[in-house]
Ligand binder design. Structure first.
Ligand code: ZN
Length: 189
């Protein structure tokens, strides 16, 4: 019972994040993202019991903690908003979380965006999860979920820069319903 109540609350928090993102990312403004961090199954983003990054705009990234830019796609995507939002969440988890929760039992990270992550950001997300698991090994339960609501399917092939191919989003996801929008949603394992 408690789990279902909290799950509705997380869904509402994700719906709120998407609404805020779409309020900024209007009119073809690119990929905006925001990361929610919940601790021990409690959806409280007050910066003590959990955290919510600012909404990061397209082009706001710059630090390469999660992927060495050794391919064209990785280089082209260095300023993607996920670079900034993942870094901001990581900084809170590493520097602030230990002050408030020295031994968390669970860390659930949700990356929310108006467009699915490109191929290089998918690698960044996987590497973020790996680093988080190393920092907080079992019995702490760590998960990274990605939620977005782009049109035309869960995975959209595209080219950018000088014809470099990438795919936005994950293949073969089933639409899921939040309070309000229908979204693509996957937990990275
Ligand atoms: Zn990207």
């Amino acid at each position: 019972m408690t789990d279902s109540v909290q799950h509705v609350t997380l869904d509402q928090a994700i719906a709120n994040a998407l609404a805020g993102i779409h309020a900024q990312a209007w009119n073809g403004g690119g990929l905006y993202s925001q990361v929610l961090v919940t601790i021990d199954g409690v959806v409280n983003l007050d910066e003590t019991n959990g955290y919510c990054t600012p909404i990061k705009a397209a082009g706001s990234g710059g630090q390469n903690t999660f992927l060495v830019p050794n391919t064209d796609d990785a280089r082209l995507s260095q300023t993607d908003s996920e670079v900034a939002s993942l870094q901001d969440a990581w900084d809170w988890i590493i520097h602030e979380l230990p002050n408030h929760h020295p031994q968390p039992r669970g860390i659930w990270v949700v990356l929310v965006g108006n467009i699915g992550p490109c191929d290089s950001c998918k690698i960044r997300i996987a590497n973020f999860r790996t680093m988080l698991k190393q920092r907080y090994p079992a019995p702490c339960v760590v998960a990274v979920e990605v939620v977005y609501d782009q049109a035309n399917g869960s995975a959209n092939p595209a080219t950018r820069g000088n014809g470099i191919a990438t795919t936005y989003g994950y293949n073969n996801l089933t639409p899921r319903q939040l309070p309000g929008p229908s979204v693509w949603r996957t937990v990275i394992t």
